[in-house]
Design a protein. Structure first.
Length: 299
């Protein structure tokens, strides 16, 4: 009986110890309070928002001035440059004072020529590698000013590919005509009139006076006729009745020269002929005045 009492007493002591342990665990949990998570700090710095550049405002036109817009420079080696022709290449020598106001800094250009192979100036400009001009290029480092010039052509220029506009006036403009070349041109015209076509036909396309400035494209009369139909084997003679020089270049201003035919510069009073042997349609334009376009259809 005494053994049973000892066992019961031991079992009761174990139950009490377990209860005390659970009570102590509960108190510790209450004293600890609710768990708190540490805030997460991001190391990523937001990228700044960059404002888009505002477009360059269009240059307002100066009242009473003429405006020219640049095109790709047709000179060999100048394909990445822009050129605005103010006085087109001519046999006449121009002189006067240029007042200019451009949309960006420009260079001033005058040409003398065409020059002979025996002349070796320091700077040359040529659209075809054969017709050569002495180039004068002045860097005024400004977009507006004035310049006293002399030469057979006048233009403004940049070394960039983006187009620019220039408003300009030419004061005291004079033109000096070369007497010797004028006589030679008259003799050439007389000889042409005396010749009679033999075999295949010869057709004439005229480059009229005033086509060196825009406007003729509005009536499609930069070349007259602008569109002509001929037979294979026929010849077309392009006669320059203007005082400025022009080209008759196969292709289009948008796509450039096609390589089928190219007159290079045809001076005032001169002409260029090409015989069309193959049937097809042939577009052409003036490299100096890209608004001048025409076409020949060959049956």
């Amino acid at each position: 009986m005494a053994g049973i009492d000892k066992a019961a007493i031991g079992f009761s002591i174990a139950i009490v110890a377990i209860g005390v342990a659970f009570a102590m665990y509960g108190d510790a949990a209450q004293n600890a309070g609710p768990s708190v998570s540490a805030p997460v700090v991001s190391n990523t710095t937001p990228e700044p928002v960059m404002d888009e550049p505002e477009p360059t405002p269009e240059k307002p036109t100066k009242a009473g001035w003429e405006r020219a817009t640049s095109v790709q420079d047709p000179g060999i080696g100048h394909e990445e440059h822009q050129l605005a022709v103010l006085l087109a290449p001519s046999e006449n020598t121009y002189s006067g004072t240029l007042l200019y106001d451009a949309s960006e800094n420009i260079q001033l250009v005058s040409l003398r020529g065409p020059i002979g192979d025996d002349e070796k100036p320091s700077k040359i400009w040529t659209p075809d590698g054969e017709t050569r001009f002495e180039l004068t290029l002045v860097e005024p480092n400004n977009a507006k000013g004035e310049w006293e010039f002399s030469g057979n052509a006048l233009a403004v220029h940049t070394f960039y590919t983006n187009t620019f506009v220039v408003d300009y006036k030419i004061l005291d403009l004079t033109e000096t005509e070369p007497m010797v070349m004028e006589i030679e041109d008259e003799m050439h015209v007389e000889e042409t009139h005396d010749e009679e076509p033999a075999g295949p036909m010869t057709h004439t396309v005229d480059m009229p006076t005033g086509t060196s400035v825009p406007g003729c494209e509005e009536t499609n009369e930069c070349y007259i006729p602008a569109n002509i139909t001929i037979n294979a084997g026929d010849t077309v003679e392009f006669v320059n009745s203007d005082t400025a020089a022009h080209t008759v270049t196969g292709g289009s201003p948008a796509d450039g020269p096609s390589g089928v035919f190219d007159s290079s510069l045809v001076m005032g009073g001169a002409s260029y002929s090409f015989t069309f042997e193959d049937a097809g349609s042939y577009d052409y334009f003036c490299m100096v005045h890209p608004w001048m376009v025409g076409s020949v259809t060959v049956n």
